[in-house]
Ligand binder design. Structure first.
Ligand code: ASP
Ligand code: MG
Length: 652
């Protein structure tokens, strides 16, 4: 017998017929010998309808009353589904979040789950009943016992949290699409269904706008190792498995608000190569990284910053042993990037920096919690560590610093984020493989049927010590394992704005200031890039810093930063709305040369100029002109052979 949590979204329970179909599926699952908790959303577009009603009465409805209102949607569905099950002869009982004891913060309309009582749930289950739980809602931990909601789309989070709390064998998310696709099928009809994706990849894609799963549900799945599958409630197709590594032991208390950072890592085995003042035109990054890939040099971080005039800086890091080769490639290419009419100019100058280290914090949901990166930068500033390069992603924030600062940086970060020495990285690159996925394809073909989540061992390679969690009885082929392809998905984000701060003094504490101010206003920063070139202005070395924020926050961010610019010695704060961000995501790109080159080459072939580049271990993002965004997405998706032979039909 397996313990399963199933979640059905609004469209899956949108009518009486659909609720009856869901009851049938639940009934069959029980008959197959499983015990079940079923989480449901409000029927169809009920929640939207309730929001509309509220807006007709108030421009700015009270958040407590909003929760009171919106939580009613799910209460209708649980009662009806429970009745439908009883009609089939299946004992069932419906429960609201409060009745179960889904205890949350008192933050109305965006409460996070603190813990879940399991006694009542298990008592009913042990009596042979299916428990039908209202998704998206909980009860506050305060004396007032307020009804709370988790934020739109939050039923996924209810389901995965319940699965973590009762240590279910797996959690199934039923929806109206067949699973997780390689990109947005409305823009690329050839988008293909994935068999499997890792939680870390999914978090990157979710933050890039893939709406299939509430990102918080993926964070919980990752943190507690809940095997998760997204499937269509209309078919029996297998859907997409979202897999996680076996996590560190973690308490179920403060479920969603416990430690955001679970490790501090560092790598002193790094060197930086920068090409300064390269022409700002399509094809430059493709040429450079194409040649680097041909020499089989694996680059780690890549950044391309914007600069006034018509030139950019491109910098990348490699491991020290291959620095010589990387340097040779850069030096060989530089003359070709210079202006032929002025070959003696200072264009395309190569700069090498050997004494650097990369320090990182890893965890889940970093971009979504702007306070975490801000705290990292503030901690480094307090320890007088100057940051040379920054890389941000949902699962990791890394800073390149001088190698002499490395120990001090790691010690300060471990204290600040309460990381015990045991959890901390050992010197060198090994930790990268321990926490991050190796690039080695997993060879497990089939998992024998057992009751608890299975542990699959990768066949060989640096990652062989890290077990993957598989659900009992699932069939997996080599092709469905997360590492069989370097890139699993491509995302386009048209809702970003770029801000650039000119002439920021090159000293410790600047990123801390910048991020601190934005974090205070809960503004998430994604790509953040400092120009490599340093200019002396009135005797002070200065660099430009550019970064992207959600478009709706652009003007606020500009205003906030302009206010402090004078006192911090910053220049102008410039805003550019006409951008699009296109990203590739894949755990398999770690340790694989040529992935970035392929992305840049696809853009170059279509004359799409890259304005900014930023990477993290499992993501590469480029900023391009807004009107070229969709084209960029399409050509990159095609370049990585992600297109299927059939066109995907988007459900109405
Ligand atoms: N009914 C809620 C919403 O539409 C929660 C959910 O369906 O996940 O946001
Ligand atoms: Mg949803």
């Amino acid at each position: 017998m397996a313990h399963i949590v199933q979640k059905y979204g609004g469209s899956s329970v949108g009518s009486v017929e659909r609720i009856q179909a869901v009851a049938q599926r639940v009934y069959q699952t029980v008959k197959a010998g499983n015990s079940l908790i079923v989480v449901v959303s409000a029927m169809g577009k009920t929640t939207d309808g309730l929001v509309r009603l509220a807006s007709e009465i108030s421009k700015n409805p009270n958040r407590r009353e909003m929760d009171m209102l919106l939580s009613t949607g799910e209460q209708v569905t649980i009662a009806l589904l429970s009745m439908a099950l009883q009609e089939l002869g299946q004992p069932a009982i419906s429960m609201t979040g409060a009745q179960v004891g889904i205890v949350t913060e008192a933050e109305h309309t965006r409460a996070r789950i603190l813990h879940i009582e399991t006694d009542r749930l298990l008592r009913h289950i042990n009596q042979g009943k299916v428990v039908v739980v209202a998704g998206f809602q909980g009860i506050s931990s305060t004396e007032e016992l307020e009804i709370t909601t988790l934020g739109r789309g939050g039923s996924d989070t209810s389901a995965v949290a319940l699965a973590a709390a009762i240590q279910a064998d797996f959690c199934e998310i039923y929806t109206d699409v067949p699973g997780i696709l390689t990109t947005d099928p409305r823009l690329v009809p050839e988008a293909q269904l994935m068999d499997a994706i890792t939680c870390n990849e999914m978090l990157e894609l979710a933050s890039l706008g893939a709406k299939v799963l509430h990102p918080r549900s993926v964070e919980i799945a990752r943190n507690y190792g809940v095997p998760l599958v997204v499937r269509s409630s209309w078919t029996d197709d297998p859907g997409t498995w979202v897999t996680s590594l076996k996590p560190q032991e973690r308490s179920l208390v403060n479920l969603e608000i416990a430690k955001a950072v679970d490790a501090v890592e560092f790598d002193t085995n790094q060197a930086k190569v920068a090409l300064l003042r390269v022409p700002d035109k399509p094809g430059v990054a493709a040429k450079l990284f194409g040649e680097i890939a041909r020499q089989n040099v694996d680059v780690d971080l890549i950044i391309q910053s914007i600069h006034e005039g018509n030139s950019n800086d491109i910098a990348f890091t490699v491991t020290t042993p291959i620095l010589k080769r990387a340097e040779a490639v850069a030096a060989a290419i530089a003359p070709a990037l210079r202006n032929p009419s002025n070959p003696k100019s200072d264009e395309a100058e190569v700069m090498i920096e050997k004494d650097i280290a990369k320090v990182s914090i890893s965890g889940a949901g970093m971009i979504g919690r702007p306070g975490v990166a801000a705290k990292m930068f503030a901690t480094l500033a307090e320890a007088s560590v100057n940051i040379q390069m920054i890389s941000t992603s949902e699962v990791k924030v890394s800073c390149v610093v001088s190698s002499t600062d490395c120990d001090r940086a790691v010690a300060a970060l471990s204290t600040a984020f309460e990381i015990e020495t045991g959890e901390q990285a050992s010197r060198g690159v090994e930790k990268v493989f321990n926490t991050q996925h190796s690039a080695t394809p997993l060879a497990t073909t089939e998992v024998p049927s057992r009751q608890s989540p299975q542990v699959g061992e990768p066949a060989h390679g640096a990652g062989s010590a890290t077990p993957w969690l598989y659900p009992a009885g699932s069939r997996r082929s080599v092709y469905s394992t997360p590492h069989s392809r370097p890139v699993c998905g491509v995302a386009l984000d048209m809702n970003q704005t770029r801000l650039a701060i000119r002439q920021v003094p090159d000293k410790a504490g600047m990123a801390a200031k910048l991020f601190g101010i934005l974090a205070q206003h809960n503004i998430s920063v994604d790509m953040i890039i400092q120009s490599q070139r340093c200019r002396l202005i009135d005797g002070v070395p200065k660099r430009d810093i550019a970064f992207t924020v959600p478009r709706m926050d652009g003007e606020t961010a500009q205003k906030l930063l302009t206010q402090v610019a004078g006192e911090l010695g910053w220049g102008e704060v410039v805003l550019d709305n006409a951008i699009a961000k296109v990203s590739i995501v894949g755990a398999g790109m770690v340790g694989q040369p040529g992935v970035a080159a392929k992305m840049f080459e696809a853009l170059a072939q279509h004359q799409i100029n890259i304005q900014m580049i930023a990477t993290s271990e499992i993501k590469i993002s480029c900023v391009v002109a807004q009107e070229q965004g969709v084209k960029a997405l399409q050509v990159i998706h095609a370049a990585f052979d992600l297109a299927g032979s059939e066109k995907f039909v988007v459900p109405a």
